[in-house]
Write a protein that binds this ligand. Structure first.
Ligand SMILES: [Zn+2]
Length: 109
């Protein structure tokens, strides 16, 4: 039975960081929704930025969901075990990707 308190702390910090990043991204997106009187070149750039922001927003909220899931699994004592096949996730993978809930093989599929 390993102690995950270090990882728990790391996840909490990451969660804080990502939550404020997500808020910032959402503010940026909202800010851009207001009518703009830009020329075509600027509008094209804004569309690109919006796509980047939307992708970033998706990625950030997916990571937040994974972190919350990991924290919940820690509470329940199922952290570190693959959610798909039930195998123990190798320590090196947990260190590299602390909010994963799948082993190498299952993450690959
Ligand atoms: Zn697995």
């Amino acid at each position: 039975m390993s102690n995950h308190s270090d990882i728990h702390e790391e996840l909490m910090e990451k969660l804080d960081e990502l939550t404020s990043r997500l808020n910032k991204i959402e503010q940026d997106i909202h800010h851009r929704e207001s009518p703009v009187s830009a020329d075509f070149a600027e509008q094209a750039t804004e569309t690109e930025n919006d796509e980047v922001l939307a992708a970033l927003e998706d990625e950030t909220s997916a990571t937040i969901a994974n972190i919350k899931n990991s924290l919940k699994r820690m509470e329940q004592g199922s952290y570190g075990v693959c959610a798909v096949c039930g195998v123990e996730i190798p320590e090196e993978r947990i260190k590299a990707l602390p909010y994963t809930d799948k082993c190498f093989d299952c993450a690959d599929q």
